[in-house]
Ligand binder design. Sequence first.
Ligand code: MD3
Ligand code: FE
Length: 218
Amino acid sequence: MTIAWEGSMEPDLFGTRRDEPIGSGAVILRGFALDPAMLDEVARIAGLSPFRHMQTPGGRRIGVEMTNCGALGWVSDRRGYRYEPRDPLTGQLWPEMPPRFRQLAEAAAALAGFPGFRPDACLINRYVPGVKMGLHQDRDEAGFDAPIVSVSLGLPATFQFGGPERGDPVAKHSLNHGDAVVWGGPARLNWHGILTLRRGEHPLTGACRINLTFRRAG
Ligand code: MD3
Ligand code: FE
């Protein structure tokens, strides 16, 4: 694996920082995840556990298509939101988390001040134009001490980042191909979402955005 971006939390010679803190416990590492092999791995995983629309506990179809890799995968159906070791579509274990995924997530977490992050779950979200993810909190994991690392691939999206309360003001940040974000500590339970994806064409993904989120779920 090549880590394309040698991150430093110090300003470089020109006084610029390529890490963008976006609040207490959250930092964007621009261009940290530019390895094109990431997308090959996503295609391989989707060959084993296909992208699918899950259902909310209320019976609505989730617009974002999802799959997972790793020991645990996030699932949603009439019975609720939870992590499961098996893909309910295939009955098989979720595909293994590729070493390059785990290494990238661990390196991003360490740079952001979370050494020792060992993700056991990787949720893979696919957005096509017109699809969004409404404001929510991530609280289906067994504990909240570990950070979450996200990697954005393909079309750009606008990320909404709020606070710990539903009504807290929301800041907007653009997430582009290759950006990694680390959320931990005080930001771990903040409300967040993705605005409706605008149409476009990305040279590597076509008309979609892929987001990977690495978590310690169990
Ligand atoms: C901030 N995914 O899968 S990743 C999700 O781009 C999710 O697909 C979005 O929210 C996406 O749950 C955003 C960034 C993210 C993930 C987890 C967070 C931001 C977070 C947890 C706490 C605070
Ligand atoms: Fe989330």
